[in-house]
Design a protein around this ligand. Structure first.
Ligand SMILES: [Zn+2]
Length: 111
């Protein structure tokens, strides 16, 4: 088991790394270094990820794919928003929900 010191110096694990960031680090680690068995550790990490399901596909919660799906759903909801608001002019909850989804999925603050 040889350690790739150069790689380790360049690629420090973030202090408050998310599970996804840890998985990414360990995947990269496995490619560049043999100082420990990353495969076993990766499997343990992947078991910790909460999952979400769409069309029988499973993705990690808060992953890029999950956010892409959410944006898709927000886009569809936006199409019928005006119809809803015409009938419920005082109810802004759907609009706020769509904005919240967009903010979460893009990492931007709400407008
Ligand atoms: Zn290593």
């Amino acid at each position: 088991m040889e350690i790739n010191i150069k790689w380790h110096k360049k690629n420090k694990m973030l202090k408050n790394a998310t599970i996804e960031q840890k998985i990414k680090w360990h995947e990269e680690h496995a490619r560049h270094c043999c100082c420990r068995d990353s495969k076993k550790h990766l499997l343990q990490l992947k078991k910790k990820i909460p999952l979400t399901v769409k069309n029988h596909q499973v993705v990690a919660r808060n992953s890029r794919k999950h956010k892409a799906w959410a944006l898709e759903a927000a886009k569809e909801a936006r199409k019928v928003l005006l119809i809803f608001e015409k009938e419920n002019p005082k109810d802004n909850r759907p609009r706020l929900a769509i904005e919240a989804i967009k903010a979460w999925a893009t990492g931007k603050k709400r407008a």
